[in-house]
Ligand binder design. Sequence first.
Ligand SMILES: [Zn+2]
Length: 461
Amino acid sequence: MEGEAGERVDLTLLRRHFGAAFLAVFLCAAALPLAAPPADAAPGVPRVSDIRAWTNEIYTRVAIDTGDEVSWQANTLRADPERRLPPRIFIDIRGAGIRDEILRKPVEVRNGLLRQVRAGRFDRDTVRVVIDLERESTYRVFALPGPFRIIVDIDGEGEIPVLPTSPEAVAPPGPVAAVPSPEDPAPPPVTPPVSPPTPSVGSAVPPATPAIPPSLESPRAAASHPAPTRKHRVRVMIDPGHGGKDPGAIGPTGLKEKDVVLAIGRKIREKLSGSGEFDVRMTRDEDVFIPLEERTAMANKGRADIFVSLHINASRNRSAEGFSTYVLSRGASNREDLELAARENGVPVRKLQGVKFIIDDMFTGARKNESLRLAKTVNDAVVRHVSTRYPGAQSLGLKQAPFYVLVGARMTAVLVEASFISNAREEARLRDPSCLDGIADGVVEAVRYYGQNGILAHSDY
Ligand SMILES: [Zn+2]
């Protein structure tokens, strides 16, 4: 695994790394003349149109919707007892307006981790979103395109080092550290807007490293792990992809991915729930559209132990066939996997690289190993079960690609691409309930194996 040992980096250092990247962008941006401040209501000006939050006492995800791409910058402020201000995370969004309703109505939480999320105009050209914390917590901020939204993940569990004690630790050196709070009458920051770097695809796509450690080659390796004492039933979040306005891939005779994966998801829930051993939930149980970041947030908020996202593959090559199961990585090993991730993410391939740094940060160590293990077990079991009904079902194996729905997942998380709906023969299979049963049986067997062998990465909720 490329840099496996090195991925366990201290977050403070990582933030310094981010800081350096942002600074590099800043230096480029500084040479450009600043555009005139846009008027709020002007057409074409990005606007903070919604602020959404999913939360429990150890985890919160906040999504800030702007629709169009904006420049943004995140920073923290420590508690100020004299002014009765809690620790705060704030995000400055340049060149954007804000919907009036958001100005008037903070998102109240008050759950022990978060007090509220509020927003205001910091100056004519800057909207500031402030997250008031109950206590200092680690956090990560990244943006997803199509439509553009800024995601803040706040971790109150202490799995990673606590908030650095000085602003310098989270910010690039220079004037950024002196950014005043929105309550301050001080002048606005002089730092030009900065954005996360979005390298173009082609030159910047690192090769993925789909090889798994030798110890993971055989599922039997799991049996050697001591089973931790579990305090709850194993929680499984099944995520049927797409839905509503998003049909997913469509087969030659019109079969829609969104309908197939919902049917499979329901079968998995029914089969897994029977024993009472598993607490099974679904991100959707009807034909509705749910944004990708919300699906992850639902799994995190629900403290799922296992997240299984269900999809059906598609290709311009109508003869492409087979089953594959993915884990998150910042790159893909080939063009097909990159195009697949782009399609599942609802973005062009060139937009895929924006979150690569944050993926390195968030998906490290035990959870990635557990996910690799589960993905291999799932894929083997699905192919085996489908083969009993349709001999010759192909396995494309365990793979890695940058799927947004897996970014920020706090649990063992895999994404299944259960054959190709673009292949006429496989599409016909997907109309057969016994094929869907086979796929569901495979996932169920793998999840059972995983649960029974006590290799949960998070068994101490
Ligand atoms: Zn899909």
